[in-house]
Unconditional design. Structure first.
Ligand code: COI
Length: 365
């Protein structure tokens, strides 16, 4: 596919003053502050994609009848822009995010945005908001990028929308979890599933995240940080957390993660870790993993480390597992196990240009 769009930039006439931006960048947190601009494009049936633009960040005008508000026809992506030591700005495997968004769009009956336009929108936004990309060497900070697409047509009949909006917003980001590398404790959600067979679990759509929230609340009520969801038909196999994939390091050197069954999100970080594993002396394994294997595997010594991963969370150590009537102890120490930290650092080194990008994963913006 070739690019259909040009993202014409109009500068915000009220950008955040430099000193205020610097104050945000010094302690960005996650997802609460936004840059000066946003990218936008519209798709209409019969016309295709048009009106690509970058303009001041601000509220969108949306009819209360917009289909997304009623039927959740929406998809999104999560990416990051990283500052390298020479000041240049890069992103990680954007082709993967573009391809996944295309698959999500097909599942949600939304129009596909060509990869060139997807990357073009990100590049145009990051160029407009370049001062918002945190400086090199300021820890795990980056500019989080959130491309998303939704049914903006005002129509209450249930059918794919004839007018769709695509946008990218950006938000300076530090660690997703406020505790940094402190292991997160997980609750096994028994009553709630995140997604089911034939559903939208493999698509990155808002509905999957909405359906994870009740389980997460239940977990929090049990003193946990996140919930781990099981397969919806047998409640036996591990799937993923609300917004992160899971990995297990075993004492015989395997790196296990649940196989993609159609109800698990194919994480770009997940895929990258599977590819890096052999370089780190681990044998990657994608398979069905029973929750009972985890419940028993820590105490028996078979599981040596557990971690969660995603664009936002990077690699986050997992601590205790709790369920109704029991718990399994934490594996790593306070900052996670040794292999968890090695995997995390290998990934960050590529993303920040510290290690050579031998796989061609980085794209300059
Ligand atoms: C990401 O990791 O980018 C996501 O979209 C997941 C969400 C928990 C922030």
């Amino acid at each position: 596919m070739t690019a259909e769009l040009t993202f014409t930039a109009t500068r915000s006439d009220a950008p955040l003053p430099d000193a205020d931006r610097e104050a945000v960048l010094a302690d960005p947190g996650f997802g609460s502050t936004f840059t000066d601009h946003m990218a936008l494009a519209t798709w209409t049936k019969g016309e295709g994609w048009h009106d690509g633009q970058v303009r001041a960040f601000g509220p969108l005008q949306l009819s209360p009848a917009a289909a997304v508000l009623h039927y959740a026809q929406e998809v999104f992506e999560g990416m990051k822009a990283y500052r390298h030591e020479d000041g240049s700005v890069w992103t990680f495997r954007p082709d993967r995010n573009a391809a996944r968004m295309a698959r999500s769009c097909e599942r949600l009956a939304l129009p596909v945005l060509p990869e060139e336009d997807f990357v073009g929108a990100i590049r145009a936004l990051v160029q407009a908001d370049e001062p918002w990309v945190p400086a090199y060497g300021t820890g795990e900070t980056s500019l989080y990028l959130r491309p998303f697409m939704f049914a903006s047509e005002a129509f209450l009949g249930v059918r794919p929308a004839n007018e769709v909006t695509f946008s990218v917003i950006a938000s300076p980001a530090g660690a997703y979890f406020s505790g940094g590398l402190k292991p997160v404790n997980l609750w096994v959600s028994q009553d709630y599933a995140r997604a089911g067979e034939g559903g939208t679990g493999a698509a990155k759509c808002g509905g999957n995240y909405a359906s994870s929230l009740a389980g997460q609340l239940e977990g929090q009520a049990q003193g946990c940080d996140q919930a781990v969801f099981l397969d919806s038909s047998t409640h036996t196999y591990i799937e993923e957390l609300g917004g992160m994939n899971l990995f297990f390091v075993t004492k015989d050197g395997r790196l296990r993660t649940p196989a993609l069954t159609g109800s698990i999100l194919e994480g770009v970080t997940r895929d990258s870790i599977l590819e890096l594993a052999p370089d780190l002396g681990l044998t990657p394994e994608e398979s069905r993993i029973e929750i009972d294997w985890w419940k028993e595997g820590v105490a028996s010594g078979e599981i040596t480390e557990v971690f969660a991963c995603g664009t936002a969370a990077v690699v986050t150590p997992v601590g205790e597992l709790r369920w109704a009537g029991g718990s399994a102890p934490s594996t790593g120490g306070e900052g996670g196990g040794e292999m968890t930290r090695t995997i995390r650092q290998s990934l960050l080194d590529i993303q920040y240009g510290v290690a050579e990008d031998t796989r061609g994963w980085m794209t300059r913006l």
